[in-house]
Design a protein around this ligand. Structure first.
Ligand code: HEM
Length: 466
């Protein structure tokens, strides 16, 4: 059975179960009468709302928002989750002014066994300390060097793209970004060793997305744990050489990074951060790139604008300063990330009794601030389901309505540290791609969308590449 068919079956099941309307119950009775109880329902026995949240995420969120308002709860595979939708709610969670929310409890549950001790799974003082050191690997001069290393790798990768009528754009983008990661993150050329690491890495990522979250032999979870061990061994083996060398790859840079206060990472920190960084960088950039490709295929007028600006630059490899000159590419990237937020939500756990938008959230509750739903809200955006990059142009700036209306990189203390890196990588690839190829998608084609870190195409995203 093809991925697309499986997805169609899943979303039909999700739509059908989504129609089951159980009576609303409060999540918990607020101790303070000025606070409201979070409305919602547990969903079906055992699975709860798993089908809706995983396979029909947008419609599920919209239906719950309509019924309950911006804060509601449901159960997913036995865990109660409060969802918050809308820019005000996003801000309350991301800014975390009262320090009532922590990342660790939420992300440990979701991806902890595969990505533990990554910077996103740390909180407060410890998080700040690690982030200060890591920041040294993302300074402007560093980004310049990563781009220098990336450009030839992009050229080599694109050399292998063969025009055809069913060119799987998502799959090709995935391969390309992984090869770039080898070069720029690990300082290793492609080869059998790199392939082994890529496989282990993909297994670890899939582990976090497993429905059966137990170490059953042969299962997705077990494969993920094995992948994690391979990655740990790989980075540990190479650590001494990277510490001793003077490489410009991210791995070497993290080995040498020193914060302004003179703090450095231990060997274990570097292994954990490298594994997490690969994950954080990879699917996000791939999804963004693939979805931009899809929209440019559907909207040839935008593809032409992007190509014309790239041609005007007059060079095959962009420099860091060129990034701001590719205005249409910037609008298209923003719009693709608005429609399909590559990270669909921010997960937190309440570590004390608190409130969001006047709703009572008891300590221990897992909360998800829905970027995907918020960036597709009627109240915030004009025709939110339509691809309209001009909405970000200086004469419209629809995103100005609220600072969290458009927040694909999150916000607050955990705001994406790789925002400039990811933007640079996607633009550097797209620039070379539009100079080499043009492409279309068949009339009426919409990729089936599943849910990983966020919404993602499930059919490899076939385009006609010329
Ligand atoms: C289009 C690409 C990307 C998108 C949309 C994206 C999105 C995000 C979001 C929404 C968060 C916040 C999660 C939260 O608060 O719960 C985040 C965090 C993070 N991202 Fe990205 N990301 C992208 C690319 C990258 C890249 C390329 C890197 C590394 C090179 C990276 C590294 C990280 C790290 C380390 C964190 C955790 C930061 C912290 O907790 O302090 N990301 N990203």
């Amino acid at each position: 059975m093809t991925g697309a068919l499986v997805q169609r079956l899943r979303s039909t099941a999700a739509t059908l179960t989504g129609r089951v309307r159980l009576p609303s119950r409060p999540l918990a009775v607020p101790p303070d009468p000025s606070l409201k109880a979070v409305p919602g329902d547990p969903g079906l026995p055992v699975i709860g709302h798993a089908l809706g949240t995983l396979y029909d995420t947008l419609n599920y969120g919209r239906a719950r928002y309509e019924r309950f308002g911006p804060v509601f709860w449901g159960e997913v595979l036995g865990t109660k989750i409060v969802t918050v939708l809308g820019p005000e709610g996003m801000e309350a969670i991301a800014a975390n002014r009262d320090k009532a929310f922590a990342n660790q409890g939420a992300y440990d549950y979701l991806i902890g066994p595969f990505f533990h001790r990554g910077v996103m799974l740390m909180d407060f003082e410890e998080h700040l300390q690690h982030r200060r050191i890591m920041q040294e690997a993302f300074t402007r001069p560093r980004l310049h060097r990563y781009l220098d290393a990336m450009n030839p790798q992009i050229s080599r990768g694109l050399d292998a793209w063969r025009p055809g009528s069913r060119f799987a754009l998502y799959d090709a983008a995935k391969r390309l970004t992984l090869d770039i990661a080898n070069e720029v993150f690990m300082g290793e050329p492609s080869g059998p060793d790199a392939d082994r690491v890529i496989r282990a890495f993909i297994d670890a990522v899939h582990g976090g997305q497993a429905m059966i979250r137990k170490d059953v032999p042969g299962g997705i979870w077990a494969r993920g744990l094995r992948g994690r061990r391979v990655l740990e061994d790989y980075f540990r083996e190479r650590l001494p050489a990277h510490r001793a060398g003077d490489g410009d790859d991210l791995f070497s840079v993290l080995c040498r990074a020193v914060s302004e206060d003179g703090e450095r990472f231990t060997d274990e920190d570097i292994v954990n951060h490298m594994i997490f960084l690969m994950m954080a960088a990879h699917d996000t950039s791939t999804i963004t790139l693939a979805m931009m490709g899809y929209y440019l295929g559907r909207h040839p007028e935008w593809q032409e604008k992007v190509r014309a600006e790239s041609r005007d630059l007059g060079r095959e490899w962009i420099t860091y300063d060129d990034l701001d000159r590719l205005e249409s590419l910037d609008l298209v990237m923003k719009e693709a990330m608005r429609i399909n937020a590559p990270v669909g939500g921010l997960f937190r756990q309440a570590i004390k009794d608190t409130e969001v938008l006047g709703y009572y959230i008891p300590a221990g509750t897992i909360v998800s601030a829905g970027t995907y739903g918020t960036q597709r809200m009627d109240e915030v955006w004009h025709n939110p389901d339509e691809f309209d990059p001009g909405r970000f142009a200086s004469d419209r700036r629809e995103d100005k309505v609220h600072r969290y209306a458009w927040a694909p990189f999150g916000g607050g203390a955990h705001k994406c540290i790789g925002m400039y890196f990811g933007t640079m990588e996607v633009k550097a690839i797209m620039h070379q791609l539009v100079l080499r190829h043009s492409w279309t998608v068949p009339e009426g084609y919409h990729p089936p969308i599943g849910y990983g870190t966020g919404p993602m195409p499930l059919d490899g995203l076939p385009i006609t590449l010329s």
